[in-house]
Design a protein around this ligand. Structure first.
Ligand code: TGC
Ligand code: FAD
Length: 367
């Protein structure tokens, strides 16, 4: 699986990703190609899904993000957020209807939790669901939603009059529903990010997740996607390390390759240390997940450490490349900019610090 995904990234993504990032596009047909590799929802089972191991899924995220965080995001949101939410919380009918076409890439999904005024604290969400006979009427705005405007189905979390958090499947074309794209990003440019606007959207009861009525619904999905980031960030770091190593061997300054200088070797050694440390953490957590033993705070520890480590690697690699480090001719600044989003989404570094802090001390320091 690793080699197949690596080959796909090398042949299909790397030759074009600089231009996609520059033009802020992600070609629509890429989703179908990723689906043909079987990557959408690969770690889920039943409903024609592959049921691959967590380690296999993690390796996939690592190889995809060695291409670009935007490509890994497309797969993460489709499989770990939208499909996982339906797989975990959906009714039998919802699973039958959506999971097979989502696996095939015939339907793209997104996951709407964050709002303009509720990011780290999703409990402050304002999106509202009001019961109207056998239907629900949704109102509100979701913000920063990956895949939003290319999705056939949006998992939207909303608060009811009773104060419960419910999940709804909102379909493209429903009256009152729109997904305007967010432009002018300087990070994750090869990824579609949108608002979700819900203006009196009427959704039938059959489109509501039947059993979940608290934040446990969305937060359980986040564990899945955060796990993918633990691996993915190592891929971005590895790509920057490899670019720096190759560059250092060829770049002659003061009549010698810069790789011959101790200061450069220290940078390369530190980068190699961090890439391998991150990969081993990811592998260890993956094996724990496969054994059914992985706890959310351990995922937080992995995301915190590996994303921070990846950013350090990318920034160091950038310095090795000198002026060339700031152009899209090399992958480094692109990964570096992407990782600024990765540091923030799926729970910011600070949120994960507090999750770990609470697990260590038993004291909730969020409020
Ligand atoms: P709290 O009172 O702690 O918990 C509320 C309910 O949720 C349960 N729970 C969890 N369940 C499963 N997994 C977890 N990790 C869970 N954490 C909490 C908890 O047991 C409780 O259940 P119940 O049954 O008693 O109701 O909630 P809180 O309001 O204190 O919040 C805790 C906090 C701050 C950790 C949480 O709100 C949080 O994680 N905030 C960060 C939000 C976030 O990560 N958003 C990400 C949005 S999606 C995204 O960014 C996609 S980017 C994807 C891409 O492009 O790749
Ligand atoms: P805020 O919550 O406003 O935080 C601002 C700062 O305050 C941060 O540094 C934060 O760490 C800090 N802070 C917050 N609380 C505390 C505290 N208690 N103590 C100390 N510091 C604190 N969301 C989705 O639902 N679906 C998606 O598909 C999705 N995709 C995204 C794609 C991109 C490119 C980006 C950038 C974001 C995406 N998000 C998505 C949203 C993302 O999850 C949020 O941006 C993130 O959770 C942080 O929320 P916020 O931006 O509102 O920041």
């Amino acid at each position: 699986i690793r080699d197949t995904v690596r080959r796909f990234v090398r042949e299909r993504v790397l030759p074009e990703i600089g231009d996609w990032f520059d033009q802020a596009i992600l070609p629509h047909e890429l989703a179908k190609e990723l689906a043909q590799l079987g990557l959408f929802g690969m770690h889920l089972d039943g409903y024609g899904l592959p049921g691959a191991s967590s380690v296999a899924y993690g390796l996939t995220c690592m190889e995809l993000e060695a291409g670009d965080s935007g490509v890994r995001s497309l797969v993460s949101v489709q499989g770990s957020l939208a499909m996982y939410a339906i797989w975990r919380w959906g009714s039998e009918e919802q699973k039958q209807r959506w999971l097979p076409p989502m696996h095939e890439g015939d339907a793209i999904g997104c996951f709407g939790l964050t709002e303009p005024d509720a990011g780290s604290d999703p409990g402050a969400m304002r999106t509202h669901a009001r019961r109207d006979g056998s239907d629900w009427i949704l109102n509100g705005t979701k913000m920063w939603i990956t895949n939003g405007s290319i999705s056939e189905v949006a998992v939207v979390w909303a608060r009811t009059d009773e104060g419960q958090i419910n999940g709804f499947l909102v379909e493209r074309g429903m009256r009152g529903f729109s997904a305007p794209e967010i432009k002018k990003k300087l990070s994750l440019r090869a990824s579609v990010t949108s608002e979700l606007v819900l203006d009196d959207v009427r959704v039938p009861e059959e489109s509501r997740f039947p059993e979940v009525s608290s934040l446990r619904g969305p937060l359980s999905c986040l564990n899945e996607a955060r796990y993918g980031i633990v691996w993915g960030s190592v891929g971005a770091a590895r790509a920057c390390f490899e670019a720096a190593l190759e560059y250092a061997k060829g770049r002659i300054v003061f009549e010698k390759p810069i790789s011959a200088y101790q200061l450069t070797q220290q940078k390369l050694a530190e980068m190699a240390l961090e890439v391998n440390r991150g990969a081993l953490v990811a592998l260890h957590l993956g094996r724990m997940k496969d054994a059914g033993k992985l706890r959310p705070e351990q995922v937080s520890l992995g995301k915190m450490g590996n994303v921070r480590g990846a950013l350090d690697v990318c920034r160091t690699a950038r310095s090795v490349l000198g002026g060339n480090g700031i152009t899209l001719e090399y992958p480094v600044i692109r990964h570096m900019n992407n990782l600024e989003s990765v540091l923030t989404y799926e729970g910011t570094h600070e949120v994960h610090t507090l999750v770990v802090g609470e697990a260590l001390t038993g004291r909730d320091a969020f409020r």
